[in-house]
Unconditional design. Structure first.
Length: 117
């Protein structure tokens, strides 16, 4: 099975009979798994980092957050003892989305039947 993707720009061989058009394969399904596997691994790593961020948001008050975290305030601020629960929930949603992407990216491909051996 070969999938064809048209290239942007002028059509090669315009004006010729369609049967005489040269075929150009720019995409082959066998190339997808390694790319999708790399994306799935990256999604899992990002998901794990988001879970860690969520735990930090739930456990630490605003003044104890790392300075590069959104919501960090100085210890003298009126919100110093505030916990950023919504930031933690958002981090968990991002983590779940990353894990779901990795799950579906590494699952069986559409149209593939289990072998009968």
């Amino acid at each position: 099975m070969r999938l064809m993707i048209a290239r942007a720009g002028p059509i090669a061989g315009a004006g010729r009979h369609p049967a005489e058009q040269p075929e150009e394969v720019l995409y082959h399904p066998a190339c997808v798994p390694s790319n999708m596997r790399t994306l799935a691994i990256a999604a899992v790593v990002i998901g794990l980092l988001a879970v860690v961020a969520a735990v930090i948001y739930f456990a630490e008050p605003a003044h104890s957050l790392p300075s590069f975290f959104p919501g960090h305030v100085s210890a003298s601020s009126s919100e110093a003892a505030h916990h950023h629960t919504k930031h933690g929930i958002a981090a968990l949603v991002v983590a779940l989305a990353c894990f779901a992407f990795a799950w579906f990216a590494t699952g069986p491909k559409a149209g593939s039947a289990p072998s009968a051996t």
